[in-house]
Write a protein of this length. Structure first.
Length: 338
């Protein structure tokens, strides 16, 4: 039976108790355990009183929505392409057109976003706060889709990165690994920090395993010689990691290439896992164990949120979190004693 996506919808209203929060839970199969709502550090702000940013209640459906993303994400849309395509198709069902606005630096400043005909904005991924602040001045509805930050008073649809990485770490521990190297930059995006904290919190819940957690600072992949050399140095230590955890699939796949060039066998000598389940992860050698991000669900729920928002612009803002599913492939095996 196909596994359903779990969605937690959390109202950002101080007047709602936890028992009033609607949520749907799916049955788990394979490596995943039963779903439960998991609170973590970044969620502490959700119960604060947040301002309503829209002046009036329209009660009518929008005609155009502008999708805002940065130039780098647009040119490297391996992760985003399915989301963008489904967003456009879902909006068409409601006779809403979608315009894409790509932001970039020009002489040290952001290029202004000009679209006088739009009814609202979807902010996608790694768009900087400067852009969000510029858009907020237009006083139109804003929808944050897997946005880089968590401290905004708008409807936010995102992955439960923390819980997804907890599931991954439970699988890693089950496979006998006790020395973990996390590769990512915690300051690059909220999602990266959430994934790191997912590992850490899982290890804190299992002190009996006496697991070590190290980190290699990698922002946009293993691009420099220094980063690649540092990775190999850590792996070759007498008591180095037995598994590498990439903050995303691209970092994990790049690390596999670095290891293979250094004649270090994956997964025989060291296991590697990622996060996102991009298409390349299933065609790599070995195939990458990863956490699947249900991109279609992200897009569909975003459009549903848009429609509901325009029915009442003054209702409390929502945080909608979707649960990933672990895809266990060839790059993760039982721990090998060095």
């Amino acid at each position: 039976m196909a596994k359903r996506t779990t969605m937690n919808v959390i109202s950002k209203s101080p007047n709602l108790s936890k028992s009033c929060i609607p949520k749907t839970n799916s049955d788990k199969s394979g490596e995943n355990r039963s779903s439960k709502e998991h609170e973590f550090e970044t969620n502490s702000k959700l119960n604060e009183s947040l301002p309503v940013t829209h002046k009036s209640e329209r009660g009518k459906r929008p005609q155009n929505i502008t999708l805002v993303m940065n130039r780098e994400a647009f040119l490297n849309a391996i992760f985003w392409v399915k989301i963008i395509d489904r967003l456009e198709n879902e909006l068409k069902r409601y006779n809403i057109t979608m315009t894409i606005s790509v932001t970039e630096y020009e002489k040290g400043q952001y290029v202004p976003i000009e679209n006088n005909k739009t009814d609202g904005y979807i902010i996608l991924g790694l768009v900087e706060k400067n852009i969000l602040q510029e858009i907020e001045n237009k006083n139109l509805p804003i929808f944050l889709l897997d946005y880089k930050y968590l401290d905004s008073s708008h409807d936010h649809i995102r992955m439960n990165n923390h819980l997804g990485m907890k599931y991954m770490t439970e699988l890693i521990l089950k496979k006998g690994h006790r020395d973990i190297l996390f590769m990512g930059d915690l300051d690059f995006a909220a999602s990266i920090k959430e994934r790191y904290l997912g590992i850490k919190d899982c290890l804190d819940e299992h002190p009996e395993f006496e697991t070590t957690l190290d980190q290699l600072l990698v922002t946009k992949g293993l691009k420099s010689i220094e980063e690649r050399d540092l990775l190999l140095e850590k792996v070759r230590q007498p008591h180095g990691p037995t598994i590498l955890v990439g903050a995303n699939d691209m970092i994990a796949l790049e690390s596999i290439n670095v290891l293979k060039k250094a004649r270090i066998k994956v997964p025989e000598e060291i296991s590697v896992v990622g996060f996102d389940n991009i298409s390349e992860s299933n065609f790599a050698e070995p195939k990458l164990t990863t956490a699947d991000v249900p991109k279609i669900d992200l897009a569909v729920l975003t459009v549903e949120t848009i429609i509901k928002r325009f029915e009442n612009l003054n209702k409390a803002n929502l945080l909608i979190m979707i649960e990933p599913k672990i895809i266990n492939r060839d790059s993760l095996i039982e721990r090998r004693v060095k």
